[in-house]
Ligand binder design. Structure first.
Ligand SMILES: [Zn+2]
Length: 132
């Protein structure tokens, strides 16, 4: 009656993690925390593109100390308005361009970006989006 529980998909030092997860393809909390807290830049960037992330992982990635990780997160098709605002609290060209290029951001965020950006490239990305 009980199926075999799927395992976490993480491979730590080449060895598969043996923690059970609720659905196949998921990671366990311990692995998520490990990547977010001490993962390499490449691992955090890869995670920022993964589907099915729990909210606490999304929050951590949206506030990652490294702008490249936050910019990768800013390009997600499933980004929420809350996350867009969190990313925009630090005005940075790379983050603004990543958001401006994301076709899934809210019109409110696009408008805020248009009004507040000092970056000519971000402005031109927005202008071409609004004219098409
Ligand atoms: Zn794990």
């Amino acid at each position: 009656m009980f199926g075999v529980k799927p395992f976490c998909i993480s491979k730590l030092d080449g060895v598969g993690c043996k923690n059970p997860v609720s659905k196949p393809g998921e990671r366990c909390d311990s692995c998520y925390n490990k990547i977010v807290a001490d993962g390499s830049v490449a691992a955090r960037i890869a995670l920022a593109q993964e589907g099915g992330l729990p909210k606490y992982v999304r929050n951590a990635l949206a506030q990652d100390p490294l702008i490249t990780v936050r910019a990768t997160f800013a390009s997600r098709p499933d980004i929420t308005k809350e996350e867009e605002s969190a990313i925009l609290t630090i005005a940075d060209e790379m983050l603004e361009r990543a958001l401006a290029n994301n076709p899934y951001i809210s019109s409110e965020t696009l408008r805020k970006l248009k009004e507040n950006t000092k970056d000519p490239l971000t402005s031109s990305i927005i202008a071409s989006r609004l004219n098409s």
